[in-house]
Write a protein that binds this ligand. Structure first.
Ligand code: SF4
Length: 432
């Protein structure tokens, strides 16, 4: 018998640039292709002008209906499976705990972020409602139908939280308010708390206040890039996208003032070219402001401008996951940690015995995000396989145990004496 390790989970795997991390010098987006003028701004969907009829499952073989928020929204595949409106099962989880809602328009998102499947440069290739985003399809549904369904018995709902993701569109501020009002008409925000994943580029401080006044619990800003330079390269001028680091921080600071401690945060993607020291310094800055960081492992989303680049090596990802958890929940500071000449974590800043306990709890390696009803450090937003395939899990949407923990320890280069990596149940066995 021969045991094969999945290629991308081998400890010490190579990232962009040749090290065990993705180096800035090698993480350049490709250039977008020109879009014929008749296909710009949702031209195909608008010229076909097909009226929507209830649920739309992404399907590239039929004409995409002309669906628009606030009447229509898109849902993650996990939320659609949990609601029973789409068939399917998720490895290791019976449901998702977060109802992720995305605004939708024929024109789609008007930004062009290099790592994102929803970006504007895809207009010729795929209609907006058919685009993959964080590795999955997003079916479209009438908003009122979802709110009414969940509102029948919110206390018994599998969802611990609902989140509205704004996109970059001239109508998204107004439509987020309408979607929020539709939801709260049927669902008490105390029964299922609400998060807003904002779009700072079109927002002003009053918009943040309005969303708080209407019952939102947590406000997040998807910084995504960990440094101003990477931000500009991946979602600013570097890819003809409208976002600026300065505007994102302005709205993040408004959220701190309006939503208060522990009720605001930022999304950050690990492995787009920042060093571990840079991203953990940002994590510390957010904690010092009173907020949290929600981490994503870079994955080359098919069709995005970064789909030719490698996913974040698991060594880098696990170090950052663990260090971020220590800063966010264990009162460890980035200045207690030590970094090597490449900015990699060399010492987590706490005694080994304490570090072992934190690793063994496994929570640091679960998906991070806004909390649900289990514990403050367990995210409702579990995004099953949104940043990795099942065969090589980055963010665990379930509690990792057994072989998963041995794999994580191996990736951290922290296997215990006598423990081996090769006994994981995931390895494919071939007759030799
Ligand atoms: S603004 Fe958000 S949805 Fe739009 S392209 Fe950028 S990351 Fe994607």
């Amino acid at each position: 018998m021969t045991c094969l390790k999945p290629e991308s989970t081998i400890p010490g795997e190579t990232g962009a640039g040749g090290g065990d991390f993705n180096a800035a010098s090698a993480m350049h987006p490709r250039a977008p292709e020109a879009i014929p003028s008749d296909l710009k701004n949702g031209g195909r969907v608008k010229s076909n002008s097909v009226a929507p009829e209830g649920l739309y499952l992404p399907n590239r073989n039929i004409l995409t209906p002309q669906m628009t928020s606030p009447e229509y929204v898109q849902l993650s595949t996990a939320a659609a499976i949990t609601l029973g409106i789409m068939p399917g099962k998720m490895h290791g989880c019976e449901c998702t705990r977060c109802l992720n809602i995305l605004l939708t328009y024929p024109e789609g998102c008007r930004a062009n972020c290099a790592y994102c499947g929803l970006a504007r440069h895809r207009e010729a290739e795929r209609d907006y409602a058919d685009r993959n985003f964080i590795r999955v399809d997003w079916p479209a549904v009438p908003m009122e139908q979802i709110a009414e369904t969940v509102g029948k018995d919110p206390e018994a709902s599998p969802f611990h939280r609902m989140c509205i993701s704004m996109i970059t569109h001239p109508k998204s501020d107004k439509d987020t308010v309408s979607v929020l009002k539709t939801w709260t008409k049927y669902v008490d925000p105390d029964a299922i708390p609400i998060s807003i994943l904002s779009n700072p580029t079109t927002m002003v401080r009053d918009d943040v206040q309005t969303l708080r006044d209407l019952g939102s619990d947590i406000f997040t800003v998807a910084l995504d890039a960990a440094t101003p330079e990477l931000f500009d390269r991946t979602r600013g001028k570097g890819v003809q996208s409208p976002h600026t680091w300065k505007k994102y921080w302005e709205i993040l600071e408004d959220a701190r003032d309006i939503f208060g401690p522990q009720k605001f945060g930022a999304h950050i993607i690990v492995g787009m070219g920042e060093t571990e020291q840079e991203i953990l310094t940002l994590v510390q800055r957010l904690v010092d402001m009173g907020g949290h960081s929600h981490m994503f492992c870079f994955y080359p989303e098919q069709g995005s401008l970064m789909d030719h680049l490698p996913a974040t090596p698991r060594d880098q990802w696990r170090r950052v996951q663990l260090a971020r958890y220590l800063i966010d929940y264990c009162d460890v500071r980035v200045d207690h940690m030590k970094f090597d000449s490449e900015g990699r974590v060399a010492d987590f800043g706490i005694p080994k015995a304490e570090l072992e306990i934190t690793i063994d709890s496994g929570i640091a390696f679960r998906t991070s995000g806004c909390p649900g009803k289990f514990a403050e450090d367990i995210s409702a937003c579990d995004r099953p396989y949104g940043d990795s395939p099942v065969s090589d899990i980055a963010s665990y949407p379930f509690q990792p145990e057994g072989a998963h923990m041995r794999r994580i320890r191996s990736q951290l280069d922290m296997l215990r004496p006598g423990e081996t990596y090769e006994d994981g149940e995931e390895f494919e066995e071939l007759d030799s």
